[in-house]
Ligand binder design. Structure first.
Ligand code: G6Q
Length: 527
């Protein structure tokens, strides 16, 4: 049990001593702090000196990781052990970016050649579409790509498209449809010509109600004979039978495997829209970035290991300071969907109260991830981070170069992110008016890289994937299942006929749900 570990107990008494230390004093008494409490890997620099820690904190957190067997669990993940215990699956998103000559075995079979086969097939397809050689049923080249998917089959593709837009083919239009709300599909295609549009139906299972309903609406929108479907629909899935039932030629299906979790799949064939946007070479550069961070996580000592440090600091704030959230604040407009992407990665992975041994935890797990790009957030919720009553650790992300240099914009942007971290840490204690006092001592990480490119995006995503893994191991939970989303799905499916039935249905829910169903039926106006 986590709370019985010697390092945990040591951290508890250590916390009692550290909680009252102020970053002002920690910096004043230790001029080297700002350069010592840093780490770097693969061109990514992490300054974690503005955290409420001492060298001893880091050492105890690393000890906790060691007592929790983190090193062995990392190897277990990378080598394909079935560490997703509730689904009895291996967890091998790292194999998606393994070098072509490496060997990763699942059930005695090397899976790496299959990964590269799919990548090659994706590349050939993308080259054809990008060259204007993939023609729609009326002979027009494809100009628009619509990715239809939800959850892990949407958030990664949307985030990556936005993040790497600078590198994308601007003659192609990309849209993403996820929500079952008909407005999502309607607005996504409102200005598109179906005869110039390719739909990617992205669904691991090919049974997800939102995706299949949107795919059917897209099929109707195409408004063309059955023979046209193969030219306008491709699938990314593990379920060939359902793909061909839909009418998609399985020659135009891009596969992946049950050892790729949805929220860990943006670098599998689920990234087909990303590859269409940025091209196969850039996609491969992104995979190399992922791989570099994988290697760093697997080999670097925890004291210098970026994902381990970030994961452990998360534990420090969650379990000792009682922080309930982390704000992710990218000072890079192209990363505007990064916080939303991280919400799924972190919260679906670690929002769990049952351990892998089937027991209820007696400590907190998982925190709320949220954020907006800077500087926009500064003009809204930063107030609470600076002067609120709650502790909100922040991850700032900043880059040395703008992808769109424009006058003084980038210097002003970077001055703001550095100033925010400084203000949060050191505050302004000496104002005569209480409302102008900034207590400071509000912790943050600063991630800094030269510029955002495909490889760097891969590194950033892998960094958070492995930070999440680190926490999941210490919390002793299964970071790779998602049973918590099942109940709502079952109940909704049961309710659909009650909403749609022409006769008044007999309702056996609670009185609130019954009443709301009756209200909806009365308000329902469309056919
Ligand atoms: C992610 C989850 C979930 C999943 C979606 C879509 O880890 O498993 O978000 O990605 O429910 O599932 P399909 O790809 O099967 O449609």
């Amino acid at each position: 049990m986590l709370t019985q570990r010697p390092a945990w107990k040591a951290l508890q008494s250590h916390y009692a001593a550290v909680r009252s230390l102020h970053l002002r004093d920690l910096f004043a008494n230790d001029p080297a702090r700002g350069t010592r409490l840093t780490a770097q890997a693969a061109g990514l620099f992490l300054d974690f000196s503005k955290n409420r820690i001492t060298d001893e904190t880091l050492q105890l957190l690393v000890q906790l990781a060691e007592e929790s067997g983190l090193r062995a669990r990392i190897e277990a993940m990378f080598t394909g052990e079935r560490i997703n215990v509730t689904e009895n699956r291996a967890v091998l998103h790292t194999a998606l970016r393994a070098r072509a000559n490496s060997v990763v075995t699942v059930d005695g079979h090397n899976i790496v050649p299959g990964v590269h086969e799919v990548l090659d097939k994706m590349a050939a397809f993308c080259d054809k579409v990008r060259a204007g050689q993939w023609l729609g049923h009326t002979g027009k080249p494809i100009k628009n790509i619509v990715n239809i998917g939800i959850g892990g089959s949407d958030l990664g593709p949307v985030m990556a498209y936005e993040a790497l837009k600078h590198y994308s083919a601007r003659n192609l239009t990309f849209r993403f449809v996820s929500n079952i709300d008909g407005t999502d599909f309607t607005e996504a295609v409102i200005d598109l010509d179906p005869s110039e549009t390719l739909c990617i139906v992205s669904s691991k299972t090919f049974t997800t109600i939102e995706t299949m309903t949107n795919a059917l609406s897209a099929r109707n929108w195409l408004n063309a004979p059955e023979s046209a479907v193969a030219k306008h629909f491709v699938a990314v899935s593990t379920n060939a039978a359902e793909v061909s039932k839909f009418g998609i030629d399985t020659a135009n299906m891009f596969g992946f495997w049950d050892w790729v979790g949805g929220r860990y799949s943006m670098d599998s064939a689920i990234g087909l829209s990303t590859m269409l946007a940025i091209g196969p070479d850039n996609f491969r550069a992104m995979l190399s970035g992922f791989h570099e961070m994988d290697e760093h996580y697997r080999t670097a000592p925890f004291e210098q290991n970026l994902p381990a440090i970030m994961g452990l600091l998360g534990i420090w704030y969650c379990n000792f300071f009682g922080a309930a959230t982390v704000a992710v604040l990218p000072y890079e407009q192209y990363l505007k969907r990064f916080p939303a992407y991280l919400q799924q990665l972190t919260m679906e992975s670690n929002g769990k109260y049952i351990t892998i041994d089937g027991e209820k935890v007696n400590y907190d797990t998982g925190v709320v991830y949220w954020g907006e790009p800077g500087t926009n957030g500064q003009h809204s919720f930063y107030q609470m981070i600076h002067q609120g009553t709650r502790l909100i650790p922040c991850d700032f992300l900043a880059f040395g170069q703008s992808l769109n240099p424009l006058g003084r914009h980038h210097d002003i942007l970077i001055a703001n992110v550095l100033a925010q971290a400084e203000a949060l840490a050191f505050g302004k204690p000496d104002s005569p008016e209480p409302h102008r006092v900034f207590e400071g001592n509000r912790p943050s990480n600063m991630l800094f890289a030269e510029k955002l490119d495909p490889a760097m995006l891969g590194k950033l995503v892998a960094l958070y994937e492995h930070a999440v893994f680190t926490q999941g191991i210490l919390w002793n939970i299964d970071s790779f299942d998602q049973w918590g989303v099942e109940l709502g799905k079952v109940l909704a499916n049961r309710m659909i006929p009650e909403l749609e039935s022409p006769e008044e249905p007999e309702l056996n829910h609670d009185s609130s749900t019954n009443n709301l169903i009756r209200r909806y039926r009365a308000a329902r106006r469309y056919a």
